[in-house]
Ligand binder design. Structure first.
Ligand SMILES: N[C@@H](CCC(=O)N[C@@H](CS)C(=O)NCC(=O)O)C(=O)O
Length: 256
């Protein structure tokens, strides 16, 4: 049984970026297998043999296939040496998990819908219509098939997008409030909640400029910049290939 780690991931963004950044923070070397989501590599037989659901990320370790990005992060933190990414205090652990649940179940789907409508859909829409239809038909999970269809054919309704935008605005408000009380999201140290949050929010000042800017969300911006300065974050974002993740450069501090 191999103790090596192999991570199948797309861009350091949303779900793929969570285990990528957690592994980097722990200093765990891993074989990076880039799955090009915009080329539908996640629905091809080689990858379906790893994760039959056809979603990314997935991690191989010790003969096991691990899926679900937040659960993978917790596994990485517990299974490997390196700095702890969960705090020892039960109250703080609860807060880490509270934030992760809020982000995964409530905020991330809203960010995702907006991102798929403005980046993923337009990135693939101009390809051959028959090839696109065939690619959609190969998607194993019906709910992912629906998401792809809506993104490709620009079918997210105004009401759906407005609801996502409403949720994003609430999420930004909660983040700013929490970060005005403490340096990190869940407690006085960097945790998986921050890793999770950074993956969702790193481009906030570009994607939601009217809601997140120096005046309205100074604490969020400072928090994002501090995370971006961490060597693990630099290392992880250097693995990005698309223009979408290159937006992280917005977090570079102005030279003094
Ligand atoms: N809950 C899963 C979600 C995985 C997921 O849906 N990932 C997206 C990328 S962020 C995906 O694989 N999309 C590919 C597709 O829908 O074809 C996790 O957190 O790992």
């Amino acid at each position: 049984m191999s103790d090596e780690v192999t991570l199948f991931h797309w861009e350091p963004n949303a779900n793929s970026g969570k285990p990528m950044l957690a592994l980097a923070e722990k200093g765990v070397p891993f074989e990076s297998r880039y799955v090009d989501m915009l080329n539908f590599d996640q629905h091809k037989p080689d990858y379906l043999a790893i994760n039959p659901q056809g979603t990314i990320p997935a991690m191989l370790h010790g003969g096991r296939v691990l899926t679900e990005s937040t659960a993978i992060m917790e596994y990485v933190d517990a299974a490997f040496d390196g700095p702890a990414l969960m705090p020892p205090d039960p109250k703080d652990r609860w807060r880490v998990r509270w934030w992760m649940k809020f982000m995964d179940q409530w905020l991330a789907p809203s960010f995702s819908m907006i991102g798929w409508s403005i980046f993923v859909g337009p990135a693939v829409r101009r390809r051959d219509p028959q090839e696109l239809e065939a690619a959609i038909e190969r998607i194993p999970l019906p709910e992912r098939r629906t998401a792809w269809r809506k993104a490709i054919y620009n079918q997210f309704s105004e009401a759906e997008l407005a609801e996502s935008q409403r949720r994003v605005a609430i999420g930004i408000g909660l983040l700013e409030e929490a970060l005005s009380k403490r340096a990190w999201l869940a407690c006085d140290r960097y945790t998986l909640a921050d890793v999770n949050g950074f993956n969702l929010a790193y481009a906030l000042p570009l994607s939601q400029p009217h809601l997140s800017n120096e005046e309205k969300t100074p604490h969020i911006l400072e928090w994002l910049r501090r995370i971006y300065e961490r060597p693990a974050t630099r290392q992880t974002w250097a693995l990005g290939r698309t223009e979408m993740v290159k937006r992280v450069k917005i977090l570079e501090r102005e030279p003094q």
